[in-house]
Design a protein around this ligand. Structure first.
Ligand code: MCA
Ligand code: AMP
Length: 513
């Protein structure tokens, strides 16, 4: 029998070595696999009762309770809706109305905004079954039959159908509010096992990262990944190059980050010998969520002798390709399709491209067990996302090299912005800006940014051109409604937006001089 529920955490078997191994560490708060199994199973029973089969929202601050709450809800067989604790009012209200969670899990003491206060709240309690004053130390507390010493039993819950939803993760489109991607348990298991194969990821690995826990990258790959392997994750709470150096120099073996984090590492390396030593000694450095600039890749390689490997995925598809641990990690390549993933490039009209010439550009389409099942309450959007024969249209444009390596060269939609690794739809920001009384017209574009990859730029026609709203006021307006990472970093004021004879907005004409 497995330590946690079998299908998602199969690798964490119940041998006594795994039981004692570290599983999760957030600052000074840590749990071994055995402690996590007991705490999650105990809490799962409470979650299951309170949620009554409904979805479970998790207030995803970067703390141990978030990880335990997610594991417990999954063990209870329920779908988790991770919430960005910095979501603004409008975004939060939309997500809650759309996903209708029965319950909200949060760390004790966490102050919640008004929008979530109407939900039933359950504080995540971490009860590892280890009682002081008894001699039933860690081992005795973790009898996997469920006997926790003192005769108390915590039975494992039945493993749900692999097609049942594990997560509903909200992701931006070009227009309208974010859509909830329904990710089944089967996809989580498939993607984590494919990555394990690609990266020789084992129970001996200790991952470090400072990614947010309300997206696929930080939560599914960065927390469930190590747990499924029976290994460990140390979360930094908040990304810093000091934190990365400290953990990699004290036992961590792998680093996950978005390109902005690697950019900040590349900037810091010249003056930080501890950081150089840390990266040079790591087993694997992985970048994802956006393209890693060649310049940063090369600067890190030159300073540390290590090449960052990239993997390519999406909320809807989880992971599609990766540079393998034993593969050739060059700048600008996201590697080979993962085991089980079918990948093709197609022309504008849908014709598959046969060439592996490093030149012919096509849209990436994928099929495989890693895919989501659809957007919640959006059959129209789900249907539009797939071809008639079941390929998912990623909207990412790429070429394939003769050795099969995929290189992403761009994106189909200019109205999708990737900033700091977050996907941001221009439309949702335009709508938020238009709700400001000082804005009569608004357009949003993404522009290259050395740190963020792209920065959000707003083009605004003021209601009163004589006294337009200040850029900071517009940034705060968007941050409060949506989320701080969606706020415009630059605001340009125009007398009119450029339009063609039909009145259609010409976004391509909007470029910072
Ligand atoms: C600034 N702040 C504000 C305002 N201005 N707050 C409210 N109103 C304002 N007007 C605050 C911010 O909240 C934040 O607060 C601080 O100022 C700085 O924010 P910012 O400059 O936006 O960001 P940063 O702190 O520099 O963060 C860079 C980052 C971050 C750490 C790289 O962008 C990040 O964590 N990115 C990860 C994205 C990710 O995980 N994507 C995965 C999705 P404070 O200082 O208190 O924090 S993609 C995915 O999952 C797919 C599957 C894939 O392929 O991986
Ligand atoms: P999201 O929808 O937030 O999950 O972001 C998914 C998108 O991030 C993909 O469609 C790509 O455009 C982009 N992406 C993820 N990983 C990479 C990568 N390694 N290189 C380039 N783009 C990436």
């Amino acid at each position: 029998m497995s330590l946690l529920f079998p299908a998602l955490f199969q690798a964490a078997t119940d041998d006594s070595a795994t039981v004692r191994r570290p599983a999760l560490r957030f600052g000074t708060h840590a749990l071994s696999h055995g402690e996590l199994a007991v705490a999650a199973r105990r809490f799962a029973a409470r979650v299951r009762e309170a949620a009554d089969g409904g979805r479970v929202a998790v207030w995803a601050t970067p703390v141990l309770e978030t990880a335990v709450g997610v594991v417990a809800a999954l063990e209870a067989g329920l779908a988790v809706v991770p919430l960005n604790p910095r979501s603004g009012k409008a975004e939060l209200e939309h997500i809650l109305a759309d996903s209708a969670p029965r319950l909200l899990l949060a760390a004790p003491g966490e102050e919640l905004p008004r929008a979530v206060r109407q939900l039933r709240r359950l504080d995540v309690t971490i009860d590892t079954g280890i009682r002081t004053g008894t001699d039933t130390g860690t081992d005795a507390g973790i009898d996997l039959g469920g006997d926790l010493g003192g005769g108390e039993t915590v039975p494992a819950l039945d493993e749900p159908n692999p097609e049942s939803p594990a997560f509903v993760v909200y992701t931006s489109g070009t227009t309208g509010p974010p859509k909830g991607a329904v990710i089944p348990r089967r996809a989580v298991a498939a993607t984590l096992d494919a990555l394990a194969d690609a990266w020789q990821w084992t129970a001996d690995d200790v991952l470090v990262h400072g990614l947010p826990l309300f997206h696929v990258h930080g939560l599914i790959l960065g927390v469930l990944g190590p747990l499924r392997r029976g290994g460990a994750v140390r979360h930094l709470g908040r990304f810093s190059t000091e934190g990365v150096a400290r953990e990699l120099n004290s036992g961590a073996t792998m680093l996950f980050g978005v390109p902005t984090m690697y950019h900040r590492i590349a900037e810091a390396l010249p003056g930080d010998p501890e950081l150089v030593r840390a990266l040079a000694g790591a087993r694997l450095l992985v970048s994802g969520s956006a393209a890693l600039p060649v310049h940063d890749h090369e600067r890190i390689a030159a300073a540390t002798g290590r090449r960052v490997v990239e993997r390519y995925g999406m909320t809807e598809t989880l992971m599609n390709t990766a540079v393998r641990a034993d593969g050739e990690a060059g700048p600008g390549t996201v590697g080979l399709p993962l085991p089980g993933v079918e990948l093709r490039l197609v022309e504008e009209d849908g014709t598959p491209i046969a060439a592996y010439d490093g030149e012919t550009v096509g849209e990436i389409q994928v099929r495989g067990p890693n895919l989501f099942t659809g957007y919640l309450h959006r059959p129209d959007a789900t249907a539009g996302a797939f071809t008639a024969d079941g390929w998912f249209r990623t909207g990412d444009m790429a070429v394939r090299d003769p050795d099969g390596y995929v290189r992403i060269v761009g994106r189909k939609a200019t109205d999708l912005i990737k900033s700091g690794g977050y996907k941001i739809g221009a439309g949702e920001i335009e709508n938020a800006l238009l709700e400001h009384p000082g804005v009569s017209e608004a357009a949003v574009t993404g522009e290259p940014d050395a740190d963020l990859g792209e920065r959000v730029v707003a083009w605004v026609v003021a209601t009163d051109p004589a006294s337009p709203p200040a850029p900071e006021a517009l940034a705060a307006h968007v941050a409060e409604r949506l989320a701080p990472h969606k706020r415009p970093r630059v605001v340009h004021y125009l007398d009119a937006l450029p339009r063609n004879d039909m009145g259609k907005l010409l976004k391509r004409a909007l470029r910072t001089p």
